[in-house]
Design a protein around this ligand. Structure first.
Ligand SMILES: [Zn+2]
Length: 222
């Protein structure tokens, strides 16, 4: 489904994250791979696959990045990932595939990302915002001109990503949330669940407050 002119959200059912396809050129996250055939069939029937040049994973968890090897084999796309989560995909260690009764398929990252890196499509320029906390190499992608934030598992429409998993760090999450407060965001497109339009800084402040008071109980994996 189209969530913004030029951005389609795929996936999003059961354990699958939202898989965003930007300008028909860039994938953001790729899912577990359990529903890979459906994803591939859909994209092949609606887009020119040869135009998809890259896959950016927002972090290393299996639900978001498990299909990376399949995407690489299918599209020969460049794989982008923050340097701090790169090792997880290259070794399988830290993807938490065991939470999904799966075995990770390891893959080499072509483009290790650092904070401030720019990723462009025909109509969008995303800045990589390093937001550790859910994992050491979690990132958000910020499109300043369009006031869009693709937030991965850092922040959702009514909660934040878990920090109690083996890859988590709550003090870094708090720093990351504070950093997000500096961004001018109108459209929040998270890694799971519905988009959130407007009210971003209020939302982040609320999350920081609840997080500080340890009020989050999250029964989902993410
Ligand atoms: Zn995650």
């Amino acid at each position: 489904m189209q969530v913004y002119n030029g951005i389609e959200a795929l996936g999003g059912i059961e354990q699958e994250p939202n898989i965003y396809l930007v300008d028909g050129e860039l994938l953001v996250d790729c899912g577990t791979g359990f529903l890979f055939t459906q994803l591939k069939d859909y994209i092949e029937s609606h887009y020119d696959c040869y135009k998809i040049k890259g896959l950016v994973n927002t972090h290393c968890h299996f639900d978001n990045a498990g299909a990376t090897k399949k995407v690489r084999d299918w599209l020969k796309a460049q794989i982008y990932m923050h340097v701090n989560d790169k090792g997880a995909l290259e070794s399988g260690d830290g993807m938490l595939a065991e939470f999904f009764d799966a075995r990770p398929k390891i893959v080499t990252i072509d483009k290790p990302l650092k904070d401030g890196a720019k990723i462009k499509t025909s109509n969008f320029t995303f800045e990589v915002i390093h937001t550790p906390g859910h994992t050491p190499g979690s990132i958000c992608l910020y499109e300043e001109n369009r006031r869009i934030l693709l937030s991965g598992d850092t922040i959702f429409d009514e909660k934040i990503g878990r920090t109690d998993l083996p890859t988590g760090d709550s003090s870094r999450m708090l720093m990351s949330l504070n950093r997000l407060l500096d961004l001018d965001v109108q459209y929040l497109f998270p890694g799971h669940g519905p988009p959130k339009i407007g009210g971003f800084s209020f939302h982040v402040k609320q999350m920081i407050q609840h997080f500080g008071q340890k009020r989050f109980i999250n029964y989902d994996f993410y």
